[in-house]
Design a protein around this ligand. Structure first.
Ligand SMILES: Cc1ncc(COP(=O)(O)O)c(C=O)c1O
Length: 366
């Protein structure tokens, strides 16, 4: 049995350090927005090469707060992809904005050449998603943002340590990260972070994160309650100190898949935008006869998943709420062919070889 993910293996790798940090927080008597969060914000901001970081409750909240901080409200348009996790869209809907979907490129990220034609007077933000751990094509996006005076909010939920041209993402104004347990940098509960080098945005985000309070019991803005707690921050501080080695381990597993599957003519492997930079949150292949291969792998004890089976422009909520219909051929056909194979730092080499051998032994006619 090779599970798709195994969070317990991840915990056990750092059990001693994590248990010790948890005890420290328990004994401290301070559980929300304290020194652990401050330290983690400083460390993670530094890791992302950004000046400021704001710990929040999740990446969904990070996106909502960022959209609010950029002044996005109802009837504004946000340009993004349909080929992403539902929360990217949930955030856009929750500020009342309309998503405008752009086709993806062969790296599963927004096709930067198709953005300009979708910019209108209502466009406020471009929201690229660094999907599966690989950066979107940021340079043209940042140029367009400058030309049309738009903000860029990057969904970095799957991109902790992802490089765009040798620099960590986000490449633009704001990056929104998730610390959902299965992420490359995962908490033992929910958590998220916004990073930016823009001082005004940073100050707005601090207000939005806690009821719009400037100081305790003094409200100057609207706001939510979206705080990162001390326990998660303490755990994340430990995991962050191992993040580069964890990402490297994922890259090594990805290389085994690349090598082992490259002769297989039926499999389409991930394309790399840069030689280095993909952190392989997910290893996604394409296969025409997806269901048969997935059934075969599951029958042989290998956990596989689909990220994501239904593109957002044809989700039930979108269809009943918005009138605009899209034809996004790549988004639609790729959604029918993608399969995510197990990839996590604790996955053993022998397990990767077993998966490769199973895939290579499978014939469409099996
Ligand atoms: C691309 C993407 N965006 C946003 C999110 C939302 O993250 P969270 O679960 O922390 O709200 C996720 C996580 O599932 C994601 O994969």
């Amino acid at each position: 049995m090779i599970p798709f993910g195994d969070l317990k293996r991840g915990y056990l790798s750092y059990k001693k350090e994590i248990d010790c940090a948890i005890n420290r927080v328990l004994e401290s008597g301070w559980y929300i927005l304290g020194n652990e969060v401050k330290t983690f914000e400083n460390n993670f901001g530094f890791y992302c090469e950004k000046k400021y970081a704001v710990g929040v409750n999740s990446a969904t909240d990070a996106l909502i707060l960022s959209l609010k901080a950029c002044g996005v409200t109802s009837n504004d348009e946000v340009i993004t992809v349909s080929f992403t996790a539902i929360p990217t869209l949930a955030a856009i809907y929750s500020v009342g904005a309309k998503p405008v979907f752009v086709e993806i490129d062969d790296f599963y990220t927004i096709d930067s050449s198709k953005i300009e034609e979708r910019i209108t007077l209502k466009t406020k933000v471009i929201l690229p998603v660094h999907l599966y751990g690989q950066a979107a094509d940021m340079e043209p996006i940042l140029k367009l943002a400058e030309k049309y005076n738009l903000k860029v909010i990057e969904d970095c939920a799957q991109a902790h340590g992802t490089l765009y041209k040798d620099k960590k993402v986000p490449a633009g104004d704001i990056g929104c990260f998730s610390f959902y347990p299965s992420k490359n940098l995962g908490a033992l509960g929910d958590g998220g972070m916004i990073v930016t080098s823009d001082f005004d945005l940073y100050n707005k985000l601090l207000l939005l994160r806690e009821y719009g309070q400037k100081e305790r019991y003094y409200q100057v803005e609207e706001g939510l309650n979206s705080r990162l707690d001390e326990l998660q921050a303490a755990i994340l501080n430990i995991k962050l100190s191992h993040l580069d080695e964890l990402n490297l381990r994922r890259k090594k597993i990805a290389n085994l898949y690349f090598k082992g599957l490259k002769e297989n003519k039926d499999i389409i492997l991930p394309k790399l935008r840069f030689e280095n930079g993909h952190i392989f949150h997910l290893f996604v292949i394409r296969y025409k006869n997806r269901k048969r291969l997935m059934d075969f792998l599951k029958a042989n004890g290998v956990g596989v998943q689909i990220h994501y089976p239904i593109p957002n422009h044809i989700q039930e909520y979108y269809m009943k709420t918005f009138n605009e219909r899209y034809s996004l051929p790549k988004t639609e056909s790729y959604s029918n062919e993608i399969i995510s194979l197990p990839i996590y730092p604790e996955l053993k080499e022998s397990e990767v070889f077993e998966i490769i051998n199973l895939i290579n032994s499978f014939k469409t006619t099996d």
